[in-house]
Design a protein around this ligand. Structure first.
Ligand SMILES: Cc1cc2nc3c(=O)[nH]c(=O)nc-3n(C[C@H](O)[C@H](O)[C@H](O)COP(=O)(O)OP(=O)(O)OC[C@H]3O[C@@H](n4cnc5c(N)ncnc54)[C@H](O)[C@@H]3O)c2cc1C
Length: 302
């Protein structure tokens, strides 16, 4: 990866900056090259100051836990922002609302809501990503998604300005939002409704068990690979095209859930992405449908 022109002049940060910071250490596929600079801000003001002072020509990519990411093998040029624990606070508020930091995991939000007798957020139990990733991806399951529960969120834009967005500004559609490139969601407020903690807990357990039975949760994977096209289920199209178990090197289409790709051991990101393209071509040939990637592919090839 060629160094960005002005990275030697990165602005000061109270948090940490790591040159060639490993992403493969934590993203779900465990593949791909490093971030040119991996930045963990201390708090929102720290991130805002840093981005305001950063050369506008340097790209910025926020990441959560990489549960919907392929990081290409040449790594990610510029700055990758990873929100640390300081951004993982979750608090129940009056009127059945939950305020959560951008780094909080979905299961933590769902659990806090349960403990406070707030129903409606159970589906977050099944999504193994952060609040920031869920707000950006409009993550969802069981007929609900982030757009159904998000009231407002705080974003630090690429130029360092801090904005509070109401839900309408996100322009949510299926697995899509209008969050602009380089903007970091640092906090979100979700709306629930009154509920019985025992019933909420039972629903979360049901979701966990169903996931365990139907998804390769213990594998190196990237979640749903393709968006469900209108009127279709991506997994059915992949299956019908004969791709169940299809391999390319150590990359494989999951036998358990055909819309998941796996890194069996030593796959590269190039193997995984090429397998995905192979699946798209086979589905197109078999059904005429063009699958659209849901997994975000970032960085440069080696
Ligand atoms: C086993 C498994 C099951 C899954 N099940 C589901 C499911 O049922 N429904 C579903 O919708 N998804 C599912 N996913 C996919 C994934 O969990 C979601 O897309 C999740 O919202 C991604 O969160 P993340 O924090 O890991 O984001 P990442 O994968 O790190 O990033 C995804 C995108 O969000 C952006 N992003 C991340 N953090 C921020 C932030 N703070 N501010 C702005 N942008 C940000 C990134 O730039 C990238 O574009 C599953 C994944 C796995 C591995």
């Amino acid at each position: 990866m060629a160094a960005s022109a002005a990275v030697s002049a990165l602005p000061a940060l109270a948090g940490t900056v790591e040159a060639r910071g490993s992403l493969a250490d934590f993203i779900w596929f465990r593949t791909g090259g490093p971030a040119e600079w991996l930045v963990r801000p201390a708090d929102t003001a720290d991130l805002a100051r840093f981005l305001a002072a950063l050369d506008p020509g340097i790209p910025v990519l926020p990441v959560g836990v990489g549960s919907n990411l392929i990081v290409r093998d040449g790594g990610v040029p510029g700055v990758v922002v990873r929100l640390p624990k300081a951004f993982a606070r979750v608090v129940a508020e009056p009127d059945y609302r939950v305020r959560a930091g951008g780094a909080a995991m979905g299961i933590t939000v769902a659990s806090a809501a349960r403990d406070a007798g707030i129903a409606g957020l159970e589906f977050l139990r099944g999504i193994p990503g952060t609040v920031g990733g869920a707000a950006r991806m409009n993550a969802g399951a069981y007929g609900r998604d982030a757009s159904d529960i998000l009231i407002e969120a705080t974003l630090v834009l690429r130029d360092g300005s801090v904005e509070r967005w109401d839900a309408a500004r996100f322009g949510y559609t299926y697995r899509h939002s209008d969050v602009p490139a380089g903007a970091v969601v640092v906090e979100a407020v979700f709306q629930g409704r009154p509920g019985d903690p025992k019933a909420i807990g039972a629903e979360m357990d049901r979701i966990a068990a169903e996931r365990e039975a139907s998804q390769p949760l213990r594998s190196r994977t990237g979640g749903s690979t393709f968006k469900n096209p209108d009127g279709h289920k991506a997994w059915q199209l992949v299956d019908a095209a004969g791709c169940r178990g299809l391999r390319r090197g150590d990359a494989q289409v999951s036998e358990k859930h055909t819309n998941f790709l796996l890194n069996l051991d030593k796959a590269s990101s190039a193997d995984i992405e090429a397998l995905g393209e192979d699946v798209r071509a086979r589905v197109k040939a078999q059904s005429g449908v063009e699958l659209e990637w849901e997994i975000q592919r970032v960085g440069v090839a080696k």
